[in-house]
Design a protein around this ligand. Structure first.
Ligand code: SF4
Ligand code: SF4
Length: 110
């Protein structure tokens, strides 16, 4: 590996295999398509609620994968389930369906 003269601090490393991300794992279990996300951000760029709020599918999923459940759920709290994000996803991920699962699995948490 090329040595660029800098690295990641040990305390800033996120080991996804060790992260406490049970919500993400259960989503991935019921909807494995979530694992095909390439993080392009099209869903977030087109989000209806994102114009007025921090709503965004991509950052929310990244947070949930890292085990940052509170932050991730905050980012979809204002989702209005319009489904625009599903229409633009290049991987054909049913983001709206996943958002509905998140809402159903976390009712009362946010
Ligand atoms: S549009 Fe699809 S592939 Fe792109 S970040 Fe969103 S969910 Fe992932
Ligand atoms: S379904 Fe939710 S996350 Fe997707 S575009 Fe609509 S408001 Fe945004």
């Amino acid at each position: 590996m090329v040595d660029f003269g800098f690295g990641i601090l040990e305390e800033q490393k996120i080991d996804l295999d060790k992260a406490e991300n049970s919500l993400f794992r259960s989503l991935a279990n019921s909807r494995p398509e979530i694992l095909t996300c390439i993080g392009c951000g099209s869903c977030t760029a087109t989000c209806s609620a994102g114009v007025f709020t921090i709503c965004g599918f991509r950052p929310a999923i990244l947070m949930l994968e890292r085990g940052m459940e509170h932050e991730g759920l905050s980012m979809v709290k204002s989702c209005i389930l319009c489904g625009k994000c599903s229409l633009v996803c290049p991987r054909g991920i049913n983001t709206r369906g996943i958002l509905m699962d998140i809402h159903n699995l976390t009712l009362g948490k946010v």
